[in-house]
Design a protein around this ligand. Structure first.
Ligand code: FES
Length: 279
């Protein structure tokens, strides 16, 4: 729909309300919101919470499509509430629900922990034998712009869960790794700084890895950042087959080029704080 031709109007929000501690099943509630052109679904939810029902719960943070917190099912499609204008998806009625394929914590708040546990299992960080991950980085890795393009698209993922919610395989198989963790696994596998393919192969080629993907492609259709997880999974299938046939080209991870001699730390720039998460 074209917002230029659509003016302000009343939109009926239909939202399933659910508190697992008190309710046996979700129940739809309706809220009428006066919508001006340009208002996002997130704005509409704030309007409801501020003026109609303060008990409505959802998750958000950045309000600018960056943090990935506000993923929800909007007009039947997983989308970011802050990145979706109401009049782009609704004429009179708008249904807003929690992301499918996740347990519901309350109302529109999904429990994303299973997704992040799978993400962690994919080891989404640089593996190298020659670098101490706890050391403060000094040199820079040498990587060409062409090498960067192999993984750049996949690194745009904001972990909103939209791809996981759209995946028909995950809908019937909760143990499947799913598009987000697998796309991030591939993102590091093709990074020339990395040497962790063999470690990640156990997960990617395991019982719940890429072989379960039926290539429905819905993950790529709904991704708000254009990451294309379906493509990453197919590329990883190819890499795994080549690896099992011992045809995958093994290359050493890229070297370092040392500190830039023309760059000197500026006075009064504070030192980076020590690591807090590595033990
Ligand atoms: Fe951060 Fe929507 S609030 S992506």
């Amino acid at each position: 729909m074209d917002t230029e031709t659509k003016g302000a109007r009343e939109i009926l929000f239909v939202i399933p309300r659910y508190n697992p501690e008190t309710d046996s099943a979700p129940q739809n509630r309706q809220y009428t919101v006066h919508v001006e052109p340009g208002m996002t679904v997130l704005d509409g939810l704030h309007e409801i919470k501020n003026n109609q029902d303060s008990t409505l719960s959802w998750r958000f943070s950045c309000r600018m499509g960056v943090c990935g917190s506000c993923g929800m099912l909007i007009a039947g499609k997983p989308m970011l509430a802050c990145n979706t204008q109401i009049l782009h998806v609704a004429d009179r009625v708008l249904t807003v629900g929690p992301l499918p394929n996740f347990q519901v914590i309350k109302d529109l708040v999904p429990d994303l922990r299973p997704m992040f546990e799978k993400h962690l299992a994919a080891e989404p960080y640089i593996h190298r034998d020659d670098v101490d991950p706890k050391a403060v980085p000094g040199d820079e890795y040498y990587q060409t712009p062409e090498e960067l393009t192999r993984f750049l698209q996949f690194s745009y993922c904001i972990k909103c869960g939209a791809c996981m919610a759209a995946c028909p395989t995950l809908a019937i198989d909760k143990d499947y790794m799913g598009p987000m963790p697998l796309a991030q696994l591939h993102r590091y596998n093709v990074d020339t700084r990395d040497a962790g393919f063999d470690q990640r192969k156990k997960v990617a080629g395991g019982a719940f890895g890429v072989a379960r993907c039926h290539y429905a492609g819905e993950c790529s259709n709904v991704c708000p950042k254009g990451v294309d997880p379906a493509r990453a999974i197919q590329l990883m299938k190819r890499d795994l087959v080549l690896s099992y046939l011992r045809l995958r080209k093994r290359s050493r991870p890229c070297g370092t080029i040392g500190p830039d001699p023309h760059t000197r730390p500026k006075d009064k720039v504070p030192q980076a704080p020590p690591f807090t998460v590595l033990t």
